[in-house]
Design a binder for this molecule. Structure first.
Ligand code: ADP
Ligand code: MG
Length: 319
């Protein structure tokens, strides 16, 4: 089901957590709310969920205006960073919880729970207790529980935030596959731009309670609307008003008319990529991204003098 937030504002004392926010989330999409800590992501998610009432503005789920309605009337499923499971209940019973309180027939509950545990790849673990699961398994149980009641929208607030980097990467890929199977309209809050870019169809970039840009991952990276998005999404070098991505800088060993002299301060090997940290003759620091092959071909070394040139630069008017 689609979600439409229209001119929502929310203030805590003097602080504007949401400042006239409007977003349209397409039915069946996976949308990320991305922004730094304190930018209003959770507040927006909670306004969509009905856990928070906006001071002004409205929320539609599908074509229904749900603004004044409590969460249980909105057909939303949630998962938070620290998934709150019933500790004394088995995994199966936790997943069944929403169906039980809706008094679904026992046979339906059993088959649905089985199906959901398969979907989140926890089949065989129904009889365990939450404390016997790993962090990643617990978050997947949370997703199964949220999906059990067939929510119109699934709302995830930093669901993988408490997990270590490797598990987080796995779960991201898994969430994407899950979404491709279920097509449940999903909104995921994250402060991690890589997570947003990897998992989402659309990214809503937030900053100080406002929406800076809404775009697909590629477009966001290639055509950022402003300085904030340019520097928040992906790495960037800034010199005065000019922004250059690290891979839009070229290194050569010989000067030509368009290059500038720089010294290599540090070479960081990141597998396929190599990051070269430079300091220019005017003291500006630059980060350059090249492939391992390119680095080997140039035989780069710390302390060496090289020549650098940008192949693409971005400036924003009015800044
Ligand atoms: P994010 O999820 O992007 O980190 P939040 O939406 O949680 O940001 O919060 C935005 C700002 O609103 C924060 O600076 C926070 O201090 C403030 N805030 C959030 N909820 C409350 C609340 N219930 N009472 C007071 N201030 C709040
Ligand atoms: Mg938050």
């Amino acid at each position: 089901m689609s979600i439409s937030v229209r001119n929502a504002s929310k203030q805590y004392g003097e602080f504007k957590a949401l400042d006239d926010v409007s977003v349209e989330i397409a039915s069946g999409s996976l949308t990320a709310l991305l922004g730094p800590s304190g930018s209003g992501k959770s507040t927006l998610l909670r306004v969509i969920a009905g856990l928070e009432t906006p001071d002004s503005g409205s929320v539609f789920i599908g074509d229904k205006n749900v603004t004044g309605r409590p969460p249980q009337q909105r057909e939303v499923g949630f998962v938070f960073q620290h998934y709150a499971a019933f500790k004394h209940m088995t995994v199966g019973d936790n997943v069944a919880f929403g169906l039980k309180i809706r008094r679904r027939p026992k046979s339906e509950i059993e088959s649905r729970v089985k199906e959901l545990l398969e979907l989140v790849q926890l089949d065989g673990l129904a009889k365990r207790y939450p404390s016997q699961l790993s962090g990643g398994q617990r978050q997947r149980m949370g997703l199964a529980r949220a999906l059990a009641v067939d929510p119109a929208v699934l709302l995830l607030d930093e669901p993988f935030g408490a997990l270590d980097a490797q598990v987080r990467t796995e779960l991201r890929a898994w969430l994407r596959r899950l979404h491709d199977e279920t097509h449940t309209t999903t909104v995921i809050v994250t402060h991690d731009q890589e997570e947003a870019m990897e998992v989402a169809d659309e990214v809503v970039v937030m900053n100080r309670g406002r929406v800076e840009q809404v775009a697909g991952p590629r477009d966001l990276y290639e055509n950022p609307a402003n300085e904030f998005v340019m520097s928040f999404v992906g790495q960037v070098n800034q010199i005065d008003d000019t922004f250059v991505r690290p891979h839009d800088l070229e290194l050569t060993l010989e000067a030509n008319g368009t290059t500038r002299e720089a010294m290599i301060e540090r070479i960081v090997h990141l597998g396929f990529q190599v990051r070269v940290e430079l300091v220019r003759d005017d003291g500006e620091h630059l980060s350059v991204q090249i492939t391992r092959d390119e680095a080997e071909r140039l035989e780069l070394e710390q302390g060496q003098i090289v020549f650098v040139r940008s192949t693409r630069e971005t400036t924003f008017s009015g800044s």
